[in-house]
Design a protein around this ligand. Structure first.
Ligand code: FES
Length: 123
């Protein structure tokens, strides 16, 4: 076993987890709500800003307990931010609110707080 915490902390400022759960069930799942398209939108937005994987990681994940027919669940760690019902068209506003228009707002001491209200639709 190798502890790689320091290496990852140096490389990653945040990690976006996109639920891509696809299940054959009566219950809603992100896989049926455009998860793959939303995942691609996340990757594209970060690639266009040269931020994909360094300093912002992206991974698929299993169920985040935010299942919906309306869109995909996303969490951004270690910020402890959680989004449900994310559609591909929502991704630019969501990521801009978290990381700034050019993905420059990634560190803990890099400036102002994210304008998370820009991506909110529930309050
Ligand atoms: S299936 Fe995605 S949050 Fe449950």
């Amino acid at each position: 076993m190798d502890r790689r915490t320091d290496q990852q902390r140096d490389r990653l400022a945040a990690h976006v987890f996109v639920c891509t759960t696809d299940r054959d069930s009566e219950y809603a799942c992100c896989g049926d709500a455009g998860a793959e398209e939303t995942l691609e939108a996340v990757k594209t937005w970060l690639r266009e800003r040269n931020a994909f994987w360094s300093p912002i990681g992206v991974s698929t994940t299993g169920c985040l307990a935010l299942c919906s027919e309306e869109g995909t669940a996303i969490t951004i760690q270690p910020r402890n931010e959680w989004y449900a019902n994310v559609r591909p068209d929502d991704v630019p506003a969501l990521l801009e609110a978290e990381f700034g228009p050019n993905a420059q707002r990634v560190g803990g001491d890099s400036g102002s707080e994210p304008d998370r209200n820009a991506a909110r639709t529930d309050d």
